[in-house]
Design a protein. Structure first.
Length: 129
């Protein structure tokens, strides 16, 4: 286990440095890294889509930008997800960087791409129910 931890740490440094050649080499040597990265990315995308869905639901309901406390409320009431404003804040920043949301006054609105992410999550959520 200690060996994997060291490899993960080294890979993280290489990844952050953006050394594509070294990244490819490490992934070839340690294929399990790709599985771990994919899993982490899937989890991150799921959280992002959950937040986008909450924004979309509240936007539809109130027809105005959605505040962080409204997002938290929607996550809890509509999707049975307990997150605090502190937990969703970095995700909102990620969504804005990905051009899925835009800050508008004291709230958030979805972009067209964010609307698509919202719809994807809501459709998959309905299928699970």
């Amino acid at each position: 286990m200690a060996k994997k931890k060291k490899i993960r740490e080294e890979f993280q440094k290489v990844f952050e440095a953006g050394n594509d050649r070294k990244i490819k080499k490490m992934l070839e040597q340690h294929s399990w890294l790709l599985d771990e990265m994919s899993h982490e990315m899937d989890a991150s995308m799921t959280e992002q889509h959950q937040i986008a869905a909450a924004i979309g639901v509240m936007e539809d309901e109130y027809r105005q930008p959605v505040s962080a406390d409204q997002i938290v409320y929607c996550l809890k009431e509509d999707f049975k997800i307990n997150k605090s404003e502190i937990e969703i804040s970095p995700i909102l920043d990620e969504l804005e960087n990905l051009n899925l949301t835009r800050k508008n006054g004291n709230g958030w609105i979805l972009t067209e791409e964010g609307g698509n992410a919202c719809d994807e999550y809501i459709n998959s959520y309905r299928k699970k129910m």
